[in-house]
Design a protein around this ligand. Sequence first.
Ligand SMILES: N[C@@H](CCC(=O)N[C@@H](CS)C(=O)NCC(=O)O)C(=O)O
Length: 226
Amino acid sequence: MSDQRSKKSPEVPHLTYFDVRGRAEVIRLLLEETGTRYTERRITIDEWPDLKSSFTFGQLPIYEEGDLLLNQSNAIYRYLGRKFDLYGDTSLEHVRCDVIQETFVDAQANLGGFYWNPDFEKLRDEYEQQELPALLRKLERLFLENTADSGFWVGKRLSYVDIIAWHFLDYVRPFSIKTLQRSKALYRFKTLLESRPNIAAYLASSRRPATLTVNLSPFGGTPETS
Ligand SMILES: N[C@@H](CCC(=O)N[C@@H](CS)C(=O)NCC(=O)O)C(=O)O
């Protein structure tokens, strides 16, 4: 047992991350949507330098469940998708889940990377007027290609990639709500997903971290921008 492992109850999933939404938010949302009890450790930026070396890869999130200890956020999302039967129903739906997940890895890297760009203010207008609408148009096309036409990204029912998609769109919201609203189908999807009872309860609760990122980023580190 390495020292990164928590000493919490083994039956209850335990999440370690910072006190921000970031890469842990999809995990929290999946646990909330499925009504799963979980515990968390939220590490502050001040504590981090002393703790970093106690984690094998020196990075978070870490997800624990019994003897299982996982890092790599996207592997954790997929694991939870399988565990909660939110991974589509056929092999075609499984691969569509994978494609959509990977698409959002790229989209999130694009937008998240931009929030951390030291030239954020200088580049903001151009990104908002050109790059972001083009990215949303591509995502909307992918969403509308779901032949089940169900309002979900894969097949006829909720999958974990709906949560990933929602999280990305919620990352766009404080930066550029008008651009997001112009992608009508995506905006409708976002509104529907966040009206699911467990998600709505979580979003309204104090359990949800106040900000997208830590306050070291040029955008997203304050409750106003989150
Ligand atoms: N590929 C990893 C990347 C993890 C990662 O970059 N984590 C960041 C927070 S979002 C971190 O731990 N930063 C602190 C550090 O690197 O010291 C994943 O997706 O989990």
